[in-house]
Design a protein around this ligand. Structure first.
Ligand SMILES: NC(=O)c1ccc[n+]([C@@H]2O[C@H](COP(=O)([O-])OP(=O)(O)OC[C@H]3O[C@@H](n4cnc5c(N)ncnc54)[C@H](OP(=O)(O)O)[C@@H]3O)[C@@H](O)[C@H]2O)c1
Length: 396
């Protein structure tokens, strides 16, 4: 543990700091000169401190002068896996808590693990919040904890019975536990609900390349398979699927993206996410839910036109409704469907997220619309990072 400089009433205990959003919250707080107590775990032979050190380098943060402290914790263990004295001392500081750690897998096969990480693990962190008389317990949830039962989603607890995947279900369940336990134990709390977060709108940089990045990455991969076929195999496979080089040098790649109904995808850049969280943390209204979402969600057709321009391809078509043609998919369509299966429900979403509480906290500051320039910056960065395979700062 390093020394401390800022007073404890300015400090936050942060979980999930080794992840995409948690690390941005950490960097945002540090840039305000606020101390952060990191509760997390070592991984791949690296200590928690070493992992955070790599992230600080990525953010270009130095000269911390003791703003960071590290506690190796296990949320499933009694007293968070800390020794009795250490736990009691930490409790005595009454820190504000930002609980951002979460298993973000959508896969049903990971159900037990996801429920353990996102639901079972709450007992000990909430015990800690209660015992330490925290200034506020901020729980990072997701806008999609609203479930799929209603279109209009208020900034309030929603008791939906249907979800797109186990991740959403676990977050909804967790919200209920946080809500109940905080009210019962008089723990001040907020529930923070971002929609889908992509890279930095100004620099294009990101630490994660999932969600929005999946479909573009998939199309790049499919494009490259057929470019290779045209270059090295006389375009035999390409010809069978109606794929050819246009005179303008772009690849004609006929892929229909079937969507059950018209809808949008709610995206926010990570710089907007961080600024919004910092505004909320500045003056949290307790017992409040915050939707950190876009007001003007994207249509798939616009993302398709951006993608065609970025990848220098033509022929991608958004088809609303299911049809018999859906059963007769060509090989690139099958590949595309396979790659984006988990993400598909989010591209034709009809939900509208109310955001009066967030507007109040941010004086109505909205995320920028996703222009082609922002899209291009983010995707160019993703390509340069080989979609997270190169310079993967989150993994050793
Ligand atoms: N990214 C988005 O678009 C988005 C949108 C809406 C809501 N959210 C919410 O925002 C939060 C952060 O998401 P993210 O995208 O930053 O996720 P992420 O990059 O996958 O990071 C997850 C973080 O949680 C920690 N964690 C996972 N399982 C854990 C466990 N069993 N015990 C202790 N720590 C565990 C990870 O620690 P290790 O590094 O040690 O594994 C990591 O620090 C989550 O609560 C998520 O639900 C994210």
């Amino acid at each position: 543990m390093t020394g401390t400089k800022t007073a404890d009433d300015e400090k936050h205990l942060l979980t999930g700091a080794t992840g995409f959003l948690g690390s941005h919250i950490m960097a945002g707080l540090l840039s305000q000169g606020k101390g952060v107590v990191i509760a997390g775990r070592s991984s791949g032979g690296e200590s928690l401190k070493e992992r955070i050190g790599r992230l600080l380098t990525w953010f270009g943060i130095e000269h911390l002068e003791g703003l960071l402290e590290f506690y190796e914790t296990d949320f499933l263990k009694r007293r968070l896996g800390l020794g009795e004295d250490e736990y009691e001392t930490l409790c005595g500081r009454g820190l504000s808590i930002i609980h951002c750690a979460s298993d973000t897998s959508f896969a049903e096969k990971n159900r037990a693990r996801v429920m353990k990480s996102n639901v079972e693990s709450l007992t000990e962190i909430l015990n800690f919040a209660h015992k330490s008389r925290t200034r506020c317990f901020h729980f990072m949830s997701t806008a999609y904890a609203a479930g799929i039962d209603s279109i209009e989603c208020p900034e309030a607890l929603v008791n939906s019975a249907h979800f797109t995947n186990v991740y959403e279900e676990s977050k909804a369940h967790a919200e209920n536990i946080v809500y109940g336990r905080c009210r019962e134990g008089e723990i001040p709390y907020t529930i923070l609900r971002p929609s889908i977060v992509y890279g930095n709108s100004v620099t294009g940089r990101s630490l994660r390349f999932n969600a929005l990045y999946y479909p573009i990455r998939s199309l790049q991969l499919i494009r490259d398979i057929y470019l290779d076929d045209i270059k090295n195999n006389y375009g035999r496979k390409s010809a069978e699927c109606g794929i050819y080089m246009n005179e303008d040098g772009a690849l004609h790649l006929p892929i229909r993206i079937f969507m059950p109904h018209d809808g949008t995808i709610n995206l926010i850049p990570v710089d907007y996410f961080t600024e919004t969280i910092l505004s909320i943390l500045e003056k949290p209204e307790t017992e409040t839910f915050y939707h950190i979402t876009g007001n003007n969600p994207e249509r798939m057709a616009r993302l398709v036109s951006y993608t065609e321009r970025f990848l220098n391809i033509h022929g991608i078509e958004v088809v609303i409704g299911t049809s018999s043609a859906e059963e007769m998919r060509n090989p690139p369509e099958e590949l595309f469907d396979h790659f984006i299966k988990a993400f598909r429900p989010y591209i034709s979403d009809k939900r509208v997220f109310m955001r009066e509480n967030t507007d109040r906290a941010t004086s109505g500051a909205l995320p920028p619309d996703l222009s082609y320039e922002i899209f291009q910056r983010c995707m160019a960065f993703a390509v340069s990072a080989d979609w997270g395979k190169r310079f993967n700062v989150l993994r050793p």
